[in-house]
Design a protein around this ligand. Structure first.
Ligand code: PLP
Length: 458
């Protein structure tokens, strides 16, 4: 069995070939799905060697599996990391990544512009384990990050393209703050995908993904990945004793055992103990999805820009949070970090508030109403009444989750068809608002249908 050499290959080639193992025997071209709970030991010595780490190979799928391993190599190659760990969901990746760094009594500094599930994990769940979190109000302000750091801070955490507000992270600036304090920067790169942005190239130390989104791409599977850049100096001081001081049953520290992959080795042990393992069927589906990643994401980004530009011109729309628009406060950061495209998930705030959002969401016919993103199909969600329902009105407003905000995830359909669907949904939104509050004269049926036709002929 041999692993293909990816040195010198560009992204589109890597996404198809990196991580592949060429097997002797039947010589399958696709990576086989090793749907097996465990793996046979030849003898007593091999069993013991697989457990104490003195012998390479797989023992049990909760720890490692050949299909997962192929995916881990591929994602590490695409993100520019030294290694990766595949787990059962994006949430499992975030929790594993952070719990490998912080323990009871420690502290994490996080952006406040985050996927709400991650915010809840940081705010509610980590608090139960004695890990405090300070949320930085303005992502882009490096001074706020610096001020929030305490002697107990063990990680800085943010999303490269925050869901759903698209207020981009200045990765290099925040990485500098982190490194000045000798703390790693962990970046959730789900909405960008490694095709649009590779945070490790800008200074991030650890990257996490929900592989359920763009990496798999087809809305069929859950998965999560932790990628280790492999270059943080864990032994520089005594802040990270789990890597540099504590010794395992074999008498070695993580650094002695795994070298540059000490963090990942510890994270794998943590995942093995907590148990968020994925099925090998899932890693197969993510591997297959990644083979078309650049094609899908380029198309989705191009369409998202066209849709965002069109939406911004519509009278029912108060704001479009898309960093590809000149109106975006993140436009300059997008030029630096997202030159290929600015992603395909963004918020749109309707002037008519909740009534308009409700009518809009009920009126779409091509967009799917769904709590998901990064799918080949276009999706729509009202965060205020779904993902953010557990927050108070003041908290939602502080995070920019206006009652009229809807989140779109643009798929690979024809953008003209998407705009046609959105045009008729805006007509419904306007009618609902006019009925409720009568702020403006309702659009006549003739004018509305002319706009829908115009959208279709764009
Ligand atoms: C940015 C981001 N990170 C993480 C997650 C969690 O991923 P999963 O649903 O795979 O647990 C999501 C889910 O929407 C997300 O949008």
């Amino acid at each position: 069995m041999s692993t293909v050499d990816i040195e010198g290959w560009n992204f589109a080639t890597r996404q198809v070939h990196a991580g592949t193992e060429h097997h002797a025997g039947h010589r399958p071209r696709a990576t086989p799905i090793y749907l097996s709970a465990g793996f046979v030991f030849d003898d007593f010595a091999q069993a013991s060697g697989r457990f104490d780490g003195s012998e390479d190979g797989h023992a049990y799928t909760r720890v490692s599996n050949p299909t997962h391993a192929a995916l881990e190599r591929r994602i590490a190659a695409l993100e520019g990391g030294a290694g990766a760990l595949f787990v059962g969901s994006g949430q499992a990746a975030t929790s594993t990544a952070l719990l490998a760094l912080a323990a009871s009594g420690d502290h994490i500094v996080a952006s406040s512009s985050l996927y709400e599930g991650s915010r809840e994990f940081l705010r509610e769940t980590l608090a139960r384990f004695g890990i405090a979190v300070t949320f930085v109000a303005d992502n882009a302000d490096a001074a706020q990050w610096r001020r929030a750091i305490t002697p107990r801070t063990r990680a800085l955490f943010a999303e490269s393209i925050p869901n759903p507000k698209n207020d981009l992270l200045d990765i290099a600036a925040v990485a500098q703050v982190a490194h000045d304090a000798h703390i790693p920067l962990v970046v959730d790169n789900t909405l960008a995908s490694p095709y649009l942005l590779r945070p490790i190239e800008h200074g991030a130390d650890i990257v996490v993904h929900s592989a359920s989104k763009f990496l798999s791409g087809h809305g069929t599977v859950l998965g999560g990945v932790v990628v280790d850049a492999g270059r943080f100096d864990w032994a520089a001081d005594d802040r990270f004793p789990q890597f540099s001081l504590e010794r395992g049953p074999d008498g070695r520290t993580r650094i002695e055992r795994a070298g540059e992959l000490a963090y990942l080795d510890f994270a794998r042990t943590l995942a093995m103990r907590f148990g968020p393992a994925a099925s090998p069927l899932n890693s197969f589906l993510v591997l297959q999805g990644i083979e078309t990643l650049s094609l899908r994401v380029q198309r989705q980004s191009d369409s998202a820009l066209a849709v965002a530009r069109w939406l911004e011109r519509q009278p029912e729309v108060a704001a479009v949070d898309y960093s590809g628009l000149d109106s975006s406060p993140s436009r300059d950061l997008a030029r630096t970090y997202l030159p290929r495209g600015q992603g395909s998930v963004f918020g749109v705030t309707l002037r008519g508030g909740l009534a308009a959002a409700r009518a809009f969401i009920d009126a779409v016919t091509l967009f799917t109403r769904m709590s998901h993103l990064g799918d080949v199909r276009s999706l729509v969600l009202h965060p205020g009444s779904t993902t953010h329902v557990g927050r108070t009105e003041e908290e939602r407003v502080a995070s920019g989750i206006d009652p009229g905000l809807v989140r779109l995830s643009i798929g690979v359909e024809d953008p003209d068809d998407l705009i046609r669907d959105l045009a008729q949904a805006l007509v419904a939104a306007r009618a609902a608002t006019s009925d409720a509050a009568t702020p403006a004269a309702p659009e006549t049926a003739a004018a509305a249908s002319a706009r829908v036709v115009e959208a279709g002929a764009r």
